[in-house]
Write a protein that binds this ligand. Structure first.
Ligand code: FPP
Length: 246
């Protein structure tokens, strides 16, 4: 039986987050430049977006570019930004056809003007779609996101609009980039690295973590389905006992 056939559609995670890692190593293994890996990574993005939409996952959030990634060689940063713009332009019709709503989290103002503009336009165009919400984390740092939320709340307290004792988990979450999304129940990281790398630290508090040694350009729809099947075999207890949740 294929992995897809093993999926229980009544027990799907609503939100899957992915750390797409290993593009550089994949390219190096083939004696090519890192950028070749990013180009092939886009093919995996397309495959996984389709797969997620197909089974009915509501939110897919991809770690596309971290705040720390700005420190990569200029050539590589430029190539990734161009790839982003090119991909959005090329895929917009497909996103519409598949009813996908595009969204971003991160410090979008840091992106080159053209990339920011294309993204804003694509987000607007797809805003009424009701299928999968595809969120690209771009110039994203979870710690910065948390600090920004703390700062926003502090400013409201300072202005007398809010009392410090009214700040609770819900209000804090409402001030994160992800305010309108449920927390991810499943976090996937490719390439055999066992790290979170400053990704959605608040939001993954109860997420199941799934690590695979596959490099991102080799991670395709069957691998995504395999991760979902693995997730569905786990017992999520949220601090309770096994007897309480069964
Ligand atoms: C991680 O591999 C990959 C990235 C930091 C970039 C991800 C970007 C894309 C897949 C292309 C653009 C995406 C979209 C959605 C259009 P790495 O470079 O860290 O690999 P390494 O760990 O082997 O060096």
């Amino acid at each position: 039986m294929s992995y897809k056939e093993q999926i229980d559609t009544l027990k799907l995670p609503q939100h899957v987050a992915i750390i797409m890692d290993g593009n550089g190593r994949w390219a190096k293994g083939k004696g090519k430049l890192r950028v070749f890996g990013h180009h092939n990574g886009v093919i995996s993005v397309r495959d996984v977006v389709e797969a997620a939409g197909e089974i009915g996952v509501k939110y897919l959030t991809l770690y596309t570019f971290s705040s720390e990634n700005w420190n990569r060689p200029k050539f590589e940063v430029t190539a990734i930004m161009e790839l982003l713009i090119g991909t959005i332009n090329k895929e917009i019709a497909k996103l519409m056809e598949n009813n996908v709503r595009l969204n971003t989290i991160g410090d979008i103002n840091m992106l080159p003007t053209k990339a920011a503009r294309e993204l804003t336009e694509a987000i607007r165009k797809t805003s009424s779609n009701t299928g999968l919400t595809l969120t690209l984390a771009l110039s994203y740092s979870s710690r910065r996101e948390i600090v920004a939320a703390a700062r926003q709340l502090a400013e409201k307290v300072q202005q007398g609009l809010l009392k410090a004792e009214d700040i609770d988990e819900q209000l804090f979450a409402d001030n994160l980039y992800t305010a309108d999304m449920p927390d991810p129940e499943l976090l996937i990281r490719t390439s055999g690295e066992y790290r979170i790398s400053n990704y959605m630290l608040w939001q993954i508090a109860y997420a199941e973590l799934y690590f695979t040694s596959k490099l991102w350009p080799d991670f395709r729809r069957e691998d995504f389905f395999e991760a979902i099947v693995d997730y569905q075999k786990r017992e999520r207890r949220f601090g309770k006992t096994s007897e309480q949740v069964n």
